[in-house]
Design a protein around this ligand. Structure first.
Ligand code: NAD
Ligand code: UFG
Length: 337
């Protein structure tokens, strides 16, 4: 299939490009590089030995979208382009709604003009909010607690309404849990521009000597060791879920939500220990209070994705930590190395 990948130079997008190319799909990337570098696509081209059409532009730019659609004529779009920092979303709500909601609207309009009928959307487990029960299944009520989460839920709603009104289109809404890890080549991985917000890249930067110690946010949660529990998923498993979603979209009309997680969860302390094993170094930690907005535990019920997409995660926690360490130690300054 010809697949337009918005935000394809980003962390999840770059891993997905490699999986799409490995399965014989043709890809085209639209990215404005607000959180990525063109070096990513250079590496993806080298690793895959394939050509990739790419456009530098904004997903909100209608004329740019029309040009991409006319040149490449995609049969499907995977829509990663968006902003994802929860804290920043509170400070810049209009910017987040503009990019995450406005970008999705602009893309759907351009797809309509070009006759493209399939979209896979990057949503997030954060749309569920404070758990009423765990693991979350797709029927769990949604009540996001941040601007970021609300922007994702609004985009989901628009995609569902679009699919219902058209009848012959497909929207697959993937609610990701916590993506971690890197490509087996150690050439592609997560490269946060500033101080990492997320646990795994922060641990990796401590391990490589870029930061002194991990701050553990909260040790008084109602969890076995008092630290937060999350469903970490290897980014290559997550990338493969998009390939499965494309196949699904080719055969199903309408909108459908899927949890993309492993169904297992690990605490902050378990993640630190697993990483210490992978890098054979000790990771200094300092204890702090809870981070505002954090919840105690999150875990996916991934059974719908297994039953309907034929997809399940296969990578282990050791795969997640070992691949992160391989990437971080080979690229201590990320793509600037
Ligand atoms: P990322 O920041 O690495 O990738 C996003 C890409 O989109 C970047 O390459 C960025 O330059 C590009 N981009 C941003 N705004 C754009 C715009 N207006 N026009 C064109 N390109 C633009 O993030 P990621 O971790 O790869 O996440 C991809 C998607 O998955 C995002 O929509 C994110 O919200 C969602 N998601 C991420 C996580 C996570 O923890 N990483 C969890 C759940 C959902
Ligand atoms: N944590 C620390 N220290 C840090 C960073 C994180 O102790 O320096 C803890 C957090 O308190 C939490 C756990 O590690 O208990 C995981 O935190 P992350 O920031 O890595 O991940 P979150 O679950 O908070 O959020 C992530 C993404 C969201 C996305 C969500 C989906 O940042 O965008 O996963 O589940 F919506």
């Amino acid at each position: 299939m010809r697949v337009l990948v918005t935000g394809g130079a980003g962390y999840i997008g770059s891993h997905t490009l490699l999986e799409l190319l490995a399965q014989g799909h043709e890809v085209c990337v639209l990215d404005n590089y607000t959180n990525a570098t063109p070096e990513v696509l250079t590496r993806v081209r080298t690793l895959s030995n394939r050509t990739i059409l790419d456009y530098t532009g904004d997903v909100r730019d209608a004329s740019m979208l029309d040009k991409v659609m006319q040149d490449f004529m995609p049969e499907a779009v995977i829509h990663f382009a968006g902003l994802k920092a929860v804290g920043e979303s509170t400070e810049k709500p209009l910017y987040y709604y503009d990019v995450n909601v406005g970008g999705t609207l602009a893309l759907l309009r351009a797809m309509g003009r070009a006759g493209c009928r399939r979209i896979i959307f990057s949503s997030s487990a954060t749309v569920y909010g404070e758990p009423i029960y765990l693991p979350y299944d797709e029927a769990h009520p949604t009540a996001p607690t941040s601007v970021y989460g609300r922007s994702k839920l609004m985009a989901e709603g628009i995609l569902s309404d679009w699919a219902a009104a058209q009848g012959d289109v497909s929207a697959v809404l993937l609610r990701y849990f916590n993506p971690v890890g890197a490509h087996a080549s150690a050439q592609i991985g997560e490269d946060p521009k500033d101080v990492p917000n997320n646990l795994m890249p922060y641990i990796a930067q401590v391990a490589v000597g870029k930061r002194e110690a991990l701050t553990v946010f909260g040790d008084d949660y109602e969890t076995p060791d008092g630290t937060g529990l999350r469903d970490y998923i290897h980014v290559v498993d997550l990338a493969r879920a998009h390939v499965a979603a494309l196949d699904y979209a080719a055969n199903h009309a309408g909108a459908r939500h899927f949890n993309i997680g492993t169904g297992q969860s690990y605490s902050v302390r378990e993640m630190v220990r697993a990483f210490e094993k992978a890098c054979n170094r000790s990771i200094p930690t300092q204890q702090a209070g809870r981070r505002a907005g954090d919840i105690a535990a999150m875990q996916a019920d991934p059974r719908r994705a297994a039953a309907e997409l034929g997809w399940s995660a296969t990578h282990t926690l050791d795969d997640m930590t070992a691949s992160t360490w391989a990437w971080q130690s080979a690229n201590p300054h990320g793509y600037d190395t």
